[in-house]
Design a binder for this molecule. Structure first.
Ligand code: SAM
Ligand code: SF4
Length: 332
């Protein structure tokens, strides 16, 4: 089997697949408060197209698929999508990133369909803050979803926490302490300047050194750990705690050097890099594995070594532009 490599010899065996651009929240760092014009249904990949596409990828050595959105659990066929992707020969790890609002109902059918891992976005434990950050969400629904999922023996449950200055950066200790008797990985993610967040990013960005500082200030000792399927995060465990914590620091630290991922948008474009605007429409080629492979390889041949998210406008390479998409239109 001829596997997928980019021009820097990075093997690509991981696909992040957005199955919808729609969402039932409007998180401040992700979407504008008035929402976005969502794609009409016929612009979004159908279940059959998704499955055929994953079959094409599996034939090129892809073994891991993460389903994302928008909010993936809004798609009424999400359980069937998971079941069919998991059944594709060569795919051995299927995960979902979700805001968790519908998880209390869907965690069990998703597990039964073969879902291996869950990432649940939860930026605060405080109900009023949650409502403010998500612009209207009810935290109890997410907590109920986490409680249901926790009993189902997923390979791993991670909490995704985007730290935002002045909004939740005083809760680092609360999240670390949550891992004391919960077997979850609390993943702190640096706020990225993509789409909606461009306007506020500079003021609200928090570097993740603050997580280590919080440990040190509170006498918490920790050690590095290896987590299977950990992607770009560095992982640690506080001594004696059941769970662990992870850091995803695209801005303050190296993030791209081992990048193994391809992103597929809900409207059928491949993005080789989260940040840059380059993307290729692959929808029409889904039924033709040879043409499909050529387009994916073209995207990889043009994949840059790094994103340049933190560079000032003036320093930016002028013949390249950042993506026009908001994060909810890529999938994170
Ligand atoms: N709706 C699902 C959710 O919220 O988990 C999946 C899609 S969401 C776009 C995927 C991830 O991207 C979430 O964990 C979210 O916190 C993260 N995200 C969105 N905008 C971000 C930004 N500007 N910087 C860093 N992470 C961001
Ligand atoms: Fe929706 Fe997820 Fe974006 Fe929040 S982060 S607005 S839940 S897509």
């Amino acid at each position: 089997m001829e596997k997928l490599y980019d021009s820097f010899d990075r093997l690509h065996d991981y696909v992040r697949l957005s199955i919808t651009d729609r969402c039932n929240l409007r998180c401040v760092y992700c979407m504008p408060k008035e929402g976005l014009p969502f794609f009409p249904t016929d612009r979004v990949l159908s279940q059959d197209e998704i499955v055929q596409m994953i079959e094409n990828f599996a034939a090129m050595g892809v073994s891991k698929v993460r389903i994302t959105g928008g909010e993936p659990l809004l798609r009424t066929d999400v359980v069937e999508i998971v079941r069919r992707i998991k059944a594709v020969d060569g795919i051995n790890d299927v995960s979902i990133t979700t805001n968790g609002l519908f998880l209390a109902k869907l965690a069990k059918p998703l597990k039964e369909a073969g879902l291996d891992r869950l990432n649940i976005s939860l930026d605060t434990f405080k109900p009023d803050r949650y409502r403010k950050i998500t612009r209207g969400g009810n935290i109890q629904q997410v907590l109920d979803g986490i409680a249901t999922a926790s009993k189902l023996h997923f390979k791993k449950i991670k909490l995704n926490i985007v730290l935002i200055k002045g909004q939740n950066d005083d809760e680092v200790l609360d999240f670390l302490q949550y891992t004391k008797d919960h077997d979850v990985n609390a993943r702190f993610i640096e706020f990225m300047p993509i789409g909606n967040s461009l306007k506020t990013w500079q003021k609200e960005y928090v570097g993740l050194k603050s997580v280590f500082d919080t440990c040190d200030d509170n006498g918490l000792t920790y050690h590095p750990i290896e987590l299977r399927g950990n992607g770009p995060s560095d992982n640690y465990q506080i001594d004696g705690y059941e769970g662990s914590f992870g850091l995803i620091h695209p801005i303050s630290s190296k993030f791209c050097e081992n990048c193994n991922r391809l992103r597929i948008t809900a409207d059928g474009y491949v993005k080789a890099c989260l940040y840059w605007n380059e993307e290729i429409d692959i929808r029409a080629a889904i039924g033709d594995p040879t043409a499909f492979r050529q387009l994916i390889q073209k995207a990889l041949d043009n994949k840059p070594l790094n994103h340049e998210m933190a560079m000032k406008e003036t320093d930016r390479i002028i013949d390249k532009a950042p993506t026009w998409r908001h994060m909810s239109q890529i999938g994170g």
